[in-house]
Design a protein around this ligand. Structure first.
Ligand code: SF4
Length: 315
């Protein structure tokens, strides 16, 4: 069993997770994009190109930017009135308290921004972001994202949620996270208590393959459930990870087994160097259409595409 998070070229080579790459290629990718593969995920990787390895192991193809790929594919930067806030819809805003994650996904649409150096909003920046929300009464829902907000300490999360909950017009909170499956040990009693808010709060779990739901992940999700936290699931349709009927069926049924309602299946956003994960929209629509014929409606998420102007439901 692995004991520590793999972060460097040497870590990956020592773990035997870069079999077809030269050290120079690996170092070039690592210099551009962050890498972190926590122990529980390392243990799930059987081959570098299996559905788990593909999501997290750097690949030289990441250095090739296709003509249609964009640094900021859904236009977050242009919609940021103050540091840490993205305001795309009249009634909702994103709050990004950190740009760090416990794991770095090779297909991330914020890959040019996320990383351990992305850090945490300073006190002054957080004050300004929360002040901006308080000054905009049309905003009724705040989505905490990042990075991964649940990489912060339970005390920090409690403080942020308490401050947001004190704003009268904020009626709903959402947290987008991968932590319950990639770092389940972070779902402590203290964290679950912090998520027990007066303001309705939904946790939206990002997972892309049924094998991510390990025993430890199942226990973490149970702790959240027993703490009264409603659980939704979001996934990205990814070539070589979940682009088959069987893989999607298994993923969505596994989510439901853990009382996670599949909510969104995202079409891949065109971030730089992610072309190897691309699945054409027609293929995604056909996958969903076949699942609708054979799977309970409760297991089928909306297949959506994000754009700077908003979401399009594809199926
Ligand atoms: S956990 Fe989310 S924000 Fe972090 S690298 Fe993965 S997709 Fe991007």
């Amino acid at each position: 069993m692995s004991l520590r998070t793999l972060r460097t070229t040497d870590d990956l080579i020592a773990a035997g997770l870069a079999p077809s790459m030269s050290r120079a290629d690996l170092a070039a990718v690592a210099a551009r994009y962050a890498t972190a593969i926590p122990p529980g995920i390392v243990d799930l990787i059987e081959r570098a190109d299996d559905p788990i390895g593909r999501q997290f192991i750097p690949d030289p193809a990441e250095l090739i930017t296709a003509p249609h790929e964009l640094i900021d594919p859904i236009g977050d930067d242009a919609l940021s009135p103050v540091t840490g806030i993205v305001h795309r819809y009249p009634d909702r805003a994103l709050l990004k308290p950190t740009l760090a994650c416990p794991v770095y996904c090779r297909f991330c649409f914020r890959r040019e921004h996320v990383g351990p150096e992305g850090g945490v909003l300073s006190e002054a920046e957080l004050d300004a972001a929360i002040g901006w929300i308080a000054a905009h009464p049309a905003i009724v829902e705040i989505i905490l994202t990042g990075g991964d907000p649940l990489i912060l300490s339970a005390r920090r999360i409690d403080d942020i949620l308490t401050r947001l909950g004190a704003i009268p017009h904020v009626r709903r909170l959402r947290i987008h996270t991968r932590v319950p499956v990639v770092a389940p040990e972070r779902i402590t009693g203290e964290l679950v208590a912090a998520l027990d808010t007066e303001t309705p709060l939904f946790l939206v779990l990002h997972s892309n393959h049924a094998r991510e739901f390990t025993h430890a992940a199942g226990d973490a999700l149970a702790r959240l459930r027993y703490g009264g936290v409603p659980l939704l699931g979001q996934s990205v349709l990814l070539r070589g990870v979940n682009d088959t009927d069987a893989a999607l069926r298994d993923l969505f049924e596994t989510m439901l087994t853990h009382r996670v309602k599949p909510y969104y299946l995202h079409h891949l956003d065109p971030a730089p160097g992610t072309a190897r994960f691309h699945v054409p929209i027609a293929e995604g629509r056909a996958l969903i259409a076949r699942l609708r014929g054979t799977l309970s409606g409760t297991a089928i998420p909306a297949y959506i595409q994000d754009a700077p102007t908003g979401k399009t439901v594809l199926a």
